[in-house]
Design a protein. Structure first.
Lengths: 131, 82
């Protein structure tokens, strides 16, 4: 079984995280959550609407996860991302990384997010109050 | 033969469509040839194509990759996940 999990979820991610075999038992566990801010490009928004391109979005997230896992020697990686509308304050992205030690976990988390923002087919569109 | 190219994000907004079609005489054309053809036949997109990548069957391809008939082709511009 792969140590990389990818879940795409319609709407905001719920607080309760999906079960994961690496949630315990490793030296370090990182949980990063991306939250929709009330301002986008200096304008107030109500929500962000996320567009994806399946199955390419899942495939590229999985490939990226596998690459980052191998490069940094991580124990596991679990990524969740929303599609559809996520209101301000909602969580649209969650990345969990399990590693033996802190250093590689921090590096892996940083690299995954940088590369996801550059390469993975996900597009956000602001939703305004008068839309 | 017609080749369909899927559009997303800003490119779909600029083109006003989610799919474009180009007629292809050759058995295949390269990704860079595809971008040139899109610029010629859809001038509204021309200024946006420089930063775009071509995806074939859900993977990014290089400029000289030969796109075969029947492949699923997408134009991927600037993304904004996370």
């Amino acid at each position: 079984m792969s140590d990389v999990h990818v879940h795409l979820v319609e709407g905001a991610l719920v607080d309760e995280m999906p079960a994961w075999e690496h949630a315990s038992g490793n030296g370090a566990l990182f949980v990063f959550e991306g939250v929709v801010r009330p301002i986008e490009g200096e304008q107030e928004i109500m929500a962000l609407d996320y567009e994806i391109y399946e199955p390419m979005t899942t495939r590229q997230l999985a490939l990226l996860g596998e690459d980052v896992l191998a490069k940094h020697g991580l124990m596991g990686l679990f990524v969740e991302h929303s599609f559809g509308e996520v209101p301000v304050g909602g969580c649209s992205f969650r990345l969990r990384i399990a590693s033996k030690h802190r250093k590689e976990g921090v590096a892996g988390l940083d690299e995954f997010i940088d590369r996801m923002k550059r390469d993975v087919p996900i597009w956000k569109k602001p939703v305004y109050a008068d839309d | 033969m017609n080749m369909t190219v899927k559009l997303f994000g800003n490119e779909a907004k600029v083109a006003g469509q989610r799919e474009l079609t180009i007629e292809v005489d050759e058995h295949s054309l390269t990704a860079s040839q595809l971008l040139r053809r899109l610029a010629e036949e859809y001038p509204v997109l021309e200024d946006h194509l420089e930063g775009c990548r071509v995806a074939v069957d859900h993977d990014f391809v290089e400029a000289e990759y030969h796109i075969e008939a029947g492949s699923e082709v997408a134009l991927i511009g600037a993304v904004s996940g996370g």
